[in-house]
Design a protein around this ligand. Sequence first.
Ligand SMILES: [Zn+2]
Length: 281
Amino acid sequence: MDWRDLDVVREAAEMCRTMWELGWDEANGGNLSVLLTEDERRTLGWCAEGVGEAGLIPDDGLRTLTVPDVPDVLRGRLILVTASGSHFREMTERTDELLGILALPVVGNEAAVVAGLRGSVPSSELAAHLATHAARLETDPAQRVVLHSHPTNVLAFTHAGPDTPREVTLALWRIITEGVMLFPDGVGFVPWCVCGTQRIADATNEQMRTRRIVIWQYHGVLACGDSLRGALGLLECVDKCCHVWLAARAAGTPRPGISDEGLIAVCERFGLTPREGYLSV
Ligand SMILES: [Zn+2]
């Protein structure tokens, strides 16, 4: 089969285009990775047989590239990743160049390009994505998606709203009932620092172990999930909460929003556990 016909590939390409249409991924902003399932691996016709000594790296001429610091939990996995410099606007028309599937090595640092990435290389954030997948897998065995984007309302919120994970989470929970329902685990927040550094990766992954979304001040977000629609849905909800938070302030002096008692009642009604220590009971 054509790898671009794989459901997860189509969905990823269409989702990137959607995020561009939302105005979230201007120019080459944003990147995405998805761990493939065993079913998807079989559908692609990629199996562990017939490969070289280094594990999944085949000796049949596939292009290889160096991926440093592959976490043990991801060794041997297939991962779908956006290309370095890719424009989300073009993802559906230029899928073969702007997306690709890598086989991560069982040992060593040489990954194989299984499909796509024609004339391109993976996002420079690939190593950071791998670290985030590994951090999430510590608490969620079904973790599959890491998504980086620049959602407009979230960015505006980082210029006007609170700047700690607890205060950001409470501010957004109080905005609409769906907030605490969609992210009872809360929203992380990393103060501005230069992106692509070990410092921002460490700060992000420390928070990501117990959350699925982290805001980077004045930059964007990293969102995780068990599915593309789950990660995007979470991001849509956080962006919506930020939008309403900003609009309410622009309209005048806002009301306090949903109380702690109200948030607890919502969680009890839907069997959810709000992040420990955030609500006063
Ligand atoms: Zn960015």
